[in-house]
Write a protein that binds this ligand. Sequence first.
Ligand SMILES: *[C@@H]1O[C@H](CO)[C@@H](O)[C@H](O)[C@H]1NC(C)=O
Ligand SMILES: *[C@@H]1O[C@H](CO)[C@@H](O)[C@H](O)[C@H]1NC(C)=O
Ligand SMILES: *[C@@H]1O[C@H](CO)[C@@H](O)[C@H](O)[C@H]1NC(C)=O
Ligand SMILES: *[C@@H]1O[C@H](CO)[C@@H](O)[C@H](O)[C@H]1NC(C)=O
Ligand SMILES: *[C@@H]1O[C@H](CO)[C@@H](O)[C@H](O)[C@H]1NC(C)=O
Length: 900
Amino acid sequence: MKSTVFWTLLPSFISASLVFGVVPISSVKRVSNQATVPNKFIIEVDDLSNIPTKRSFGRSLDAVYASLQERAVGFDINKEYDSAGLFVGASLTLNTPQDAAKIANTPGVKAVRPVVRFDQPRPVKSHVVVGANDPQVPPDSESTHILTGVDKLHAQGITGAGIKIGIIDTGIDYTHPFLGGAIGPGHKVIGGFDFVGDAYDGTNTPVPDSDPLDQCNGHGTHVAGIIGANPGNPFNISGVAFEASITAYRVFGCAGFVTDDILVEALLRGVSEGQDILTLSLGGADGWTEGTSSVLSSRIASNGKIVTIAAGNDGASGSWFSSGPGNGINVISVASLDNTVIPLQNATVQGVAHNPITYFATFPLPVTGQLPIFATSTDITVADDACNPLPDSTPDLSKFVVVIRRGTCTFVQKLTNAAAKGGKVFLIYDNGNGFAGITVGDFTAALIQAADGEFLVQQFAAKAPITISFPQVGGSTDFPDPNGGLISSFTSYGPSNDFFFKPAVAAPGGNILSTFPVPLGSFAVLSGTSMATPFVAGSSALLLSVKGKSKAVTSAARTLFETTAQKVGSSKTDGDPLQTLTQQGAGLINVFNAIHSTTIVSPGELILNDTANFKPVQTFTVKNTGTTPKAFKLTHVPAGTALTVQAGTIFPADGPVPLSSAAASVVIVPTSFTVRPGGSQTVVAVFKPPTGIDKTTFPVFSGFIQVGGPTAADTAHVSYLGLAGSLKDKQVLDDTDVFFGVKIPALLDSAGNVQSAPVNYTFVNGDVPTLLWRQVFGTPAFRVDLVDPAIHFKPTIVSRGFHGLPFFSFPRPNKGGSFAQVKIVGPIVEFDFITRNDDDPASLPFNTFSLDAPTFANGTTIANGPYRILVRALRVTGNPTREEDYESWLSPVVGVQVPA
Ligand SMILES: *[C@@H]1O[C@H](CO)[C@@H](O)[C@H](O)[C@H]1NC(C)=O
Ligand SMILES: *[C@@H]1O[C@H](CO)[C@@H](O)[C@H](O)[C@H]1NC(C)=O
Ligand SMILES: *[C@@H]1O[C@H](CO)[C@@H](O)[C@H](O)[C@H]1NC(C)=O
Ligand SMILES: *[C@@H]1O[C@H](CO)[C@@H](O)[C@H](O)[C@H]1NC(C)=O
Ligand SMILES: *[C@@H]1O[C@H](CO)[C@@H](O)[C@H](O)[C@H]1NC(C)=O
C-alpha cells in the first residue's frame, strides 16, 4: 500500500515574538483544562513496618485501603504497583474527587499525585518513503552514524549484542523484514506487551493483550528501526545497535494519548523483565522533576538501568519549558540535531546559460531527453497557480516540463489540473515556504527553489528556446542543509524550574530515515526528539556491550556521553556563540569517544543555580585510565547566554531563544597538569555570572570547561549552567490584557462573560464560575481559596474595577503577614508543580478551572452566601509559608446561591 502522511512543522504556527492576536474570551471553554484526569490519582505507600495502622495486614496497600474506608473515601482500584524499592502504590479512581485531600492525610500514604496525560508522540515532520524515486532517502544512509562515531564502532564489530532494550511507545511492526519478521525468543524483537489495545485513546478503557504489534500508528516502529534495523536493506540504513534485543511495550493506541498510570506499569514491567535500557520517545511540557513518571524513571535510572527520554518538541515555546518524564533527575533527556546535508538531484538547462537546477529528490526523476518548458502562469507572484482547471487555450502539455508556483491549494490538486491538459513531468517552484520534500502522489514532480522557478517562468514568458533534462546518472548533489549540524529548532529548551540540566545531550533526530509498519509503507523519514532518543538508547547498548551492565557503568553512562560530546554552534555564522546548553545539553554525542576515551571526567554537569542559591565554587576530577601519562590544559569555552524573557516584559522569549555573548567568568585551578596512568586530578572552578546584561531577560548562562588532552580523543569537557538573576524575582501570573484583550486572572460567569461585579451562582445546569488564568512561569503551588467578601487583604494583582475598594487599604503593602495568617473560609483546589503556559493556541495557552460543585476541596458543601475567590501562586524558590512569596489575586464577589 502506498500511503503518505504529512504533518506540518508544528512550531511554524507560532509567531517569533509576542504578536499573537488577541484571543477572544468567548472562545474559552468553561471547563477545567488541566492535563490531569479529574478523579484519578496515583498513590505511593510506605513500607508496612512504617504504617501505624498496619494491624494484621500483610501488605501496606491493604492497610491504607482499610484506613481510606474508615474515612468514608469511596474508590475503585485501577492498578496496583508492587515493586519493592522502586514503587509500591496504586492508581485509584475516587467516587468524589475532593477526597484526594483525605488520602493525603491517610497514614502510610507517602505521596498522592494526579494522573497526568501524555501526548501521542507528535513527529515534527513525517514522510513515508514511497520507493526508489522518493525525495527524502539519504544515499549516505549512515550519515547520522558518521556524525556520532557509531560507524567506527560498527567497524569494530560493536553492535549491541547481548543487551536488552525496552521500547515504551506505540508498539512495533515486528513483521517488518528488517526488524526480524517475527516476535519471540531468538528474534530481534524478543517479546512485549500491549497495555492498551488499538482503540485506546487515553480517555477510554484500555484493553490489554500480549501482542504489541503496531500496524496503524508507526511511531514505535520508526523508533525501533533507529535502534535495531538490520543492515542489507534497500536504503542501506542500519540500527545503532542492530544486534541488541528489543522488547515492545505498547502504551499508545492507534491515536490519542496515554495516562501516566499506564506508563508506571510499563516502566515497572520493563524493570521486572530485565531490560538493561528503557527508552521513551514521549512526553509533554512539564517544567518540573516531580511528576510520577519522571520520579519513577529517575529511580529506575539510579537503580542500575539506563533510561533515555525525549527532551520534547516545544522549542518554539522558549525556555523553562522542559518535558516530563524526560525531566526525571537521573534520566538522559535527549535533544535533536539536524542532519548536515540533504542528498538531492540536479536537472540541467539547455538553450540559455544557466547553472544546474537542484530539485528535491534523492533519485532522478525518470525522464529522458530534453523537454521544453510550459509555465501555467507568467506571473511569478501568483498565489494560487493551477489551483483551478487550466484554461481551454492551454496546449497539450505532454511534451513539456510544466512549471507551477507553490501556494494556496495542495500540490496534488495543481498537478491534477495540469495533468488534465496532458502534463506528465512537473517542477513546482517554492513561494518562500521552504525547500523541502513535498507530497506529489503518483505524479512525476519535485520542488525547486523560488529563484530557479522565477528564472524558468521569465524564460518562458520571453519565449526563450530553453529545454530541461534530468540526468539519470551523475546528477546527484549534496545540498547543504542550512540548519544541518545545528540543534533542531523544535527541541524543547530547559532548564527545569528546579534548575536541573535538561536536556542532557543531543543526537541526530532531524530528517531520519527508518523502518515503518509494512502496511504503512515500510520506510519513512521522521523528525523529532522522538528520533534522537532511541539513538542514545542504541548508543547506550553499545556502551554496555563493551563495558558490561554493572551499576557502575549504567550510572556513569550519562556523564560519559556528556563529557565526550561535541559542542554545537547556534548558527553557521562565524563569531556567533555556541548554542545555549539549555537546548543542546552537553552537545552532540560521540559514542566512539564515550566508549573508548581514557580521559574520564566527572561530574559532567556543574549546576550553579540562580544568584539567590548560587554555587560558585565547583569541583570535578580528571582521571587518566590510559597507559601513558597525559598532559592537560583547561580552558573556559562559554556558550551563548539565553535571554529567556523578553526584555522589560513578563513574557517568555519564544524560540529560537535570543542569545547574548556576555559570558560568565571562571577561575580554574589548576589550568594545566599531567596525570599519570591510573591517576586523577581534582580541579576547582570558581564562577562569576556575566555582567552588564539586562536582568529582566532572566539570562541563563552556560558553557564548558574544556579538558584538553594530548589528542582530540583525550579531550573532554564539563558543562555548567547558571542564572544571572533570582527565580524568586520572576513573575508567575500573567496580569496583563495582552492575550485576551481583557485583564486576567478573571472569573467567567455562566454566559462566558468576565465577571466585573457581584454574581450569584446556583450551581445548577452549568451556572458555575470558571477561573481563567495564564502563567508566564511555572509555579510549585497554585492555590484557590474561598475567603470572606470583606477580607482585608491586598492581592499583588489588582484588576481594573477594584481600585478604591476598602479591603485594599489594609494590611499595608510590604508589611509583615504570612501565608497561614491569611484568613480563609476554606480551600477550593491546589495544583502543585505546574508548568507555565505558552502562546501556541494549539498547545497550552491558558488554564481554566470550573468550580463544578459548591464544595470545598475536602468535599464539604459551601454554605450559601457571598464570598471572594483568592488565587495564590508561589514563586519558584519561594518559601511556601511566607505570604510574601506568593502572587495573589482576589475575585469579585461570588454568591453561592444553591436553591433549596
Ligand atoms: C547501498 O550500498 C551499496 C554498496 O555500497 C551501493 O552500491 C548502493 O548504491 C547503496 N544504495 C543506496 C540507496 O545508497
Ligand atoms: C548542482 O547544482 C547546483 C546549483 O546550480 C550547483 O551549485 C552544484 O555544483 C551542482 N552539483 C553538481 C554535483 O553538479
Ligand atoms: C536550585 O536551588 C533551589 C533552591 O534552593 C533548589 O530547590 C533546587 O533543587 C536547586 N537545583 C539544583 C539542580 O540543585
Ligand atoms: C445574591 O443573592 C442574595 C441572596 O438572595 C441577594 O441578597 C443578592 O442581592 C444577590 N446578588 C446579586 C448580585 O444578584
Ligand atoms: C472541610 O473544609 C471546610 C473548609 O475548610 C471546613 O470548614 C470543614 O470543617 C472541613 N470538613 C471536614 C469534614 O474536614
